[in-house]
Design a protein around this ligand. Structure first.
Ligand SMILES: C[S@@+](CC[C@H](N)C(=O)[O-])C[C@H]1O[C@@H](n2cnc3c(N)ncnc32)[C@H](O)[C@@H]1O
Length: 225
């Protein structure tokens, strides 16, 4: 029998995590608004999409490290030192997993494109790339994964490794993105994936609760796909 995950060990109280997450994210409205006001970034209030990006970047600076702690036991053996050649790092956020591609342990990586549409993440993302000694080969590109061939200039069959860690859940059309990304891989290339999955407890309250929370918070169930 496989060992219990930290979320299973937490028991039924784990079902409250989506509510906790919603409370935290709501709370982060306050510092987001305050920060935009004191930095006179008033134009951000005029676009819901820009405001949402600023809000999520601030929230993720707090919540990202917590989610990393929870996901690390699965993510580390999956992606540590597994990337090679030219890499596409999709939705890296603040780059909190970049240490797993640390230059000294990954000499075969020649380039990493960090595809992060939220500009609020870019400064910390670049800092984390430098910390992992990837500064010279890490390039943050401010577009969505769906725009890679148009805005990102990425050609078909040009990528050795695609990395998607906890990001397909943030993309409204994951199936479409998967179909668009796959042709970018060279034949024999690899795709390192770690995403949230549906709970195995389908047909009871847990499955029902998760389906109600989809799109809001799926941090309650992590597994390797
Ligand atoms: C839940 S965060 C995870 C960040 C990072 N992968 C991690 O594990 O810390 C999801 C990330 O996906 C990014 N994202 C959202 N839509 C995207 C898209 N269309 N293409 C690429 N990334 C996207 C978000 O901006 C965000 O940084």
């Amino acid at each position: 029998m496989p060992p219990k995950t930290t979320t299973e060990e937490a028991g039924p109280l784990n079902l409250l995590r989506p509510l906790l997450l919603l409370s935290y994210s709501t709370y982060y409205l306050i510092p987001t608004i305050w920060n935009l006001l004191i930095n006179l970034q008033l134009a951000t209030f005029l676009s819901f999409s820009d405001f949402k990006d600023a809000w999520f970047a601030r929230f993720w600076a707090f919540f990202g490290p917590l989610s990393r702690e929870n996901a690390a036991p699965s993510v580390i053996p999956l992606i540590q030192n597994s990337a090679q050649g030219v890499c596409l790092d999709i939705g890296p956020g603040t780059g909190q997993w970049l240490y797993l591609f640390e230059r000294a342990n990954n000499p075969t990586i020649t380039k990493i494109y960090g595809i992060e549409p939220n500009p609020g993440m870019h400064s910390i993302l670049r800092e984390n790339a430098v910390k992992a000694n990837l500064g010279g080969i890490y390039e943050a590109i401010g577009c969505g994964a769906e725009e890679l061939q148009t805005k990102g200039g990425i050609q078909k069959e040009s990528i050795d490794t695609i990395i998607t860690v906890q990001c397909l859940c943030s993309i409204p059309t994951p199936e479409l993105i998967i179909r668009e990304l796959f042709p970018l891989l060279k034949p024999g290339g690899k795709w390192l994936v770690f995403e949230h999955v549906r709970t195995k407890y389908q047909g009871d309250f847990v499955g029902y609760w998760q389906s109600k929370c989809i799109g809001v918070a799926l941090w309650s169930v992590h597994d390797r796909c």
